[in-house]
Design a protein around this ligand. Structure first.
Ligand code: ARG
Length: 461
């Protein structure tokens, strides 16, 4: 049997393989809610414009609500022969209300229908993600405030660099996530134009009101060019770019959690809630959630690349290749959502091991910069010379297997005779972090101010 929706000129149905490759219902069933909302807005507009009767519009709209309820309840039987969510919904509507259902598709094509559904889905998902990202920020800020004074090693090249505070380190991610949220917000602004009414590609001869449907669906305005409306997916690409960057941030943090939970680092502990055991090694406690956040970022980045590659060779307007836009997007944004939730859970769950962090912060001559800065301030040495003198003192300490604080004044004076015992005031890690008061620096006082500022900003949005 040929297709009920478009089979007029076809004598027979598709080959089984044709049906399989053509169907998108296996994944686009996720657009059901958006499809029904789009159809309801469309039919209401058709009635308002006198293109269908008010009575027919009423029947269609009620029928759509019933179909929607069936889908939501799980009672709906999706059919692969009906290809996609759009035709599944319309066909069920026809079963319920008869031939009147056929009036719904007036002045519309699946090309603008899918474009509007997909935009609505991406927009809904951006809104959900924003709330989740704000929650992750809140978790980080809370921990940062609590541990504003906790000293830990700061690294460059993963080598001990200078002491920082745990709170400061956590707030670095709060800043990154703030920019991620900004990117999603920006993408949402450009996304928020309504393609409905572009029809197949050229617009329609019916006197539709695209401004009305745009408004009914919460868009800022209708899209201005019908060809563009049905053939571009940059709203998805832009959202996936934002997702890929956000996932990259989460992945870096996840990598740190993996490092920090090793016995060798031992900076933090995760509870049983966010770790798993090994089936052979009884001592193990593995940070699987963090590893999976790191791993899933690969998929998110891959999904962006995948859609760019699908789109790059397509002439205007719609081509069926574009049906490939959805799976990666669903996968990517759902993976990101799960990662954000897992990260928020881990942040709330983690306990820093303060003694271990502090001890590590003091190793590796991490206060050498403080010593050099002291030579500049107290002895008025040019910084380059202070750097050289400090380097010689570090070498001396290293040869005798000591930390800087363990050297005697005489040891240091052997390198630079003008050094006084005052120097010991700057060699401790706590003194070091407290001195980093420059704007954006790691001093506990700064961290507390920043954390409190963030708390207010997060509460006000
Ligand atoms: N399932 C299709 C998609 O996701 C809907 C649009 C079909 N349009 C068409 N001209 N066959 O892209």
């Amino acid at each position: 049997m040929s297709n009920q929706m478009w089979g007029g000129r076809f004598a027979s149905g598709p080959d089984a393989i044709m049906e399989e490759i053509n169907a998108s219902i296996g994944f686009d069933y996720r657009l059901a809610k958006q499809d029904i909302a789009g159809s309801k807005a469309h039919v209401a507009m058709l009635a308002k414009q006198g293109i269908v009767s008010a009575a027919d519009a009423e029947t269609i709209s009620k029928g759509l609500d019933e179909v929607g309820a069936e889908i939501e309840s799980g009672a709906f039987a999706f059919s692969r022969a009906l290809e996609d969510i759009h035709m599944n919904v319309e066909s069920r509507l026809a079963e319920k209300i008869g031939p009147t259902a056929g009036r719904l598709h007036t002045a519309r094509s699946r090309n603008d229908q899918v474009a509007v559904d997909f935009r609505l889905w991406v927009r809904d998902t951006i809104d959900e993600l924003d709330g989740q990202l704000a929650d992750l920020q809140a978790a980080l800020v809370e921990k940062a405030e609590k541990y504003a004074e906790a000293v830990m090693p700061g690294f460059t090249h993963l080598q001990s660099a200078q002491p920082v505070t745990f709170g400061h380190h956590l707030l670095a991610y709060v800043e990154m996530i703030a920019r991620d949220r900004g990117r999603f917000r920006d993408a949402r602004v450009r996304l928020n134009e309504c393609p409905l009414g572009a029809a197949a590609l050229a617009g329609t001869s019916f006197p539709i009101d695209r401004f009305a449907t745009a408004q009914a669906l919460g868009f800022d305005r209708p899209t201005a060019n019908s060809l563009d409306s049905v053939s571009d997916r940059d709203f998805a690409l832009e959202t996936l770019s934002a997702a890929a960057i956000a996932a990259t941030h989460l992945s870096r943090f996840a990598e740190e959690i993996v490092l920090w939970t090793t016995p060798q680092f031992g900076f933090i502990a995760l509870s049983d809630k966010f770790t798993t055991g090994s089936s052979i090694m009884p001592q193990k406690r593995n940070p699987d959630a963090a590893e999976l956040v790191r791993g899933k970022s690969g998929r998110v980045i891959g999904d962006l690349a995948g859609l760019l590659i699908v789109m790059k060779g397509l002439p205007l307007a719609y081509s069926k290749d574009m049906q490939e836009d959805k799976e990666g997007c669903f996968d990517s944004l759902q993976s990101l959502s799960l990662c954000v939730a897992a990260m928020a859970g881990m942040v709330r769950d983690m306990t820093p091991k303060l003694e271990k962090m502090k001890a590590a912060a003091g190793s590796g001559y991490s206060t050498a910069t403080d010593l050099a800065d002291w030579l500049v301030r107290a002895l008025n040495l040019p910084f380059r010379q202070a750097h050289h003198v400090t380097g010689r003192i570090v070498a001396l300490a290293s040869q005798s297997g000591k930390e800087l604080e363990q050297l005697t004044l005489a040891d240091m004076q052997g390198v630079e005779p003008a050094i006084t015992s005052e120097v010991f005031n700057v060699l401790g890690v706590e003194k070091s972090v407290r001195s980093r008061l420059s704007y954006g620096g790691t001093a506990p006082q700064n961290v507390l101010e920043q954390a409190r500022g963030w708390k207010q900003r997060l509460a006000s949005k």
